[in-house]
Design a protein around this ligand. Structure first.
Ligand SMILES: Cc1cc2nc3c(=O)[nH]c(=O)nc-3n(C[C@H](O)[C@H](O)[C@H](O)COP(=O)(O)OP(=O)(O)OC[C@H]3O[C@@H](n4cnc5c(N)ncnc54)[C@H](O)[C@@H]3O)c2cc1C
Length: 337
């Protein structure tokens, strides 16, 4: 495998369970690695996770370099960054992917700064391609694609002169492939010279707030925009979601107004969803919102402006007032159910 310059994924874990974003990144890394004719490999740090790591094989990861150490059971910035840097120096990947989670956003810049290599945050797309600059052509490099300038442009960012290319990607952005349980991963135990002085902080207790709903995995999302941002309309949006067995999403200004909590927000700075059905109620369809829902299988838009951009991506468009249309939808659904 040496000299092959593989695609690496940093495996994030919570309570010894691999974070979903890491599995999504393994799937995306596999797609990129196939284009480059290299392998997907991973770095995992934690304790007592051997069984869990086998899951990585089902998504196409061939080797996971595993640092098993009790003191590293929970994420701690400094030691984790040091170990990832050591692993990258040792195995020399060409690409390293991190989740754009609290953990990834903390550790990836530390690693990039130590290795003096490029890092693009919050990518929404990754590709392999060529890049020409100053009379030079760089072949098969990572094209890191993300919205820029407040989402007004989509920028392709490259870091051709430093290795590896590194990117963070938010949860839910990359599609998961179907797991294949016949595929296996080789778990390679790695040792790292862990220095007591690296542990600058001590984790005393971890408190996690359970989510009462799962927007990302729901197959039906009914979202409220500013056209439904009043108590009466929001009640109707919730009623429609309940009737259909779905969950409530929203645009960002609705969250900013304090009517719904941030967990409901769909879009570039919220959650990315791909439900079977997405109903946009009073949402104009700005690019930042579309970034989080455009891959929904069926989109129904309700808007009183026939020229609203949401109609350009909706499979079914209803021009009308939210408060008139939603009760009719509920009635029609109940009559058929
Ligand atoms: C860096 C950045 C990140 C962002 N991230 C996100 C994000 O993650 N998610 C997100 O959603 N936005 C995000 N935004 C904001 C985004 O640009 C838009 O401002 C936002 O999506 C608009 O929300 P909206 O469609 O609910 O409101 P509006 O654009 O105000 O649209 C309201 C719509 O409702 C219609 N309407 C009004 N009254 C009614 C009625 N009674 N019945 C039916 N229709 C009615 C109107 O015709 C209009 O089309 C971001 C912006 C920036 C700069």
């Amino acid at each position: 495998m040496a000299g092959k310059k593989n695609v690496f994924v940093f495996i994030e874990q919570n309570d010894k369970k691999i974070a979903e974003v890491s599995l999504e990144l393994v799937c995306e890394a596999k797609r990129l690695a196939d284009k480059l004719n290299v392998d997907v490999q991973a770095i995992a740090i934690g304790h007592d996770m051997r069984d869990e790591l086998n899951l990585l094989g089902h998504y196409g990861c061939s080797i996971v370099y595993y640092i098993d150490e009790q003191r590293l059971s929970d994420f701690t910035s400094f030691p984790y960054a040091k170990i990832i840097v050591d692993m990258i120096k040792k195995h020399e990947p060409r690409i390293v992917l991190f989740g754009a989670s609290a953990t990834g956003r903390d550790v990836a810049p530390r690693v990039a700064s130590e290795l003096k290599c490029g890092l693009t945050a919050d990518c929404t797309e990754l590709e392999i391609g060529d890049y020409k600059a100053k009379g030079k052509t760089y072949n098969n490099i990572l094209l890191q694609i993300r919205p820029a300038f407040g989402g007004n442009i989509i920028a392709t960012i490259v870091s051709p002169e430093s290795m590896p290319s590194m990117a963070t990607v938010r949860e839910g952005v990359m599609k998961m492939s179907e797991p294949d349980s016949s595929l296996t991963v080789e778990i390679v135990d790695e040792k790292s010279e862990i220095n007591d002085e690296w542990f600058l902080t001590e984790i005393i207790e971890i408190c996690r707030e359970e989510r009462s709903f799962d927007l990302k995995s729901s197959q039906i999302v009914v979202s409220a925009g500013m056209g439904a941002c009043n108590p009466e309309s929001l009640e109707l949006v919730k009623k429609l979601a309940d009737t259909l067995g779905g969950v409530v999403g929203s645009s960002r200004p609705v969250v900013d107004s304090g009517q719904l909590i941030k967990d409901h927000q769909v879009g570039q700075t919220g959650v990315t969803v791909r439900p079977n059905l997405y109903i946009a109620c009073g949402i104009s369809g700005q690019i930042q919102h579309r970034a989080g829902m455009t891959d929904s299988k069926r989109i129904i838009a309700i808007n009183n402006d026939p020229n609203a951009p949401i109609f350009n991506i909706a499979h079914y468009g209803i021009v009308g007032e939210v408060n008139d249309v939603i009760p009719k939808m509920i009635k029609a659904y109940k009559a058929k159910a």
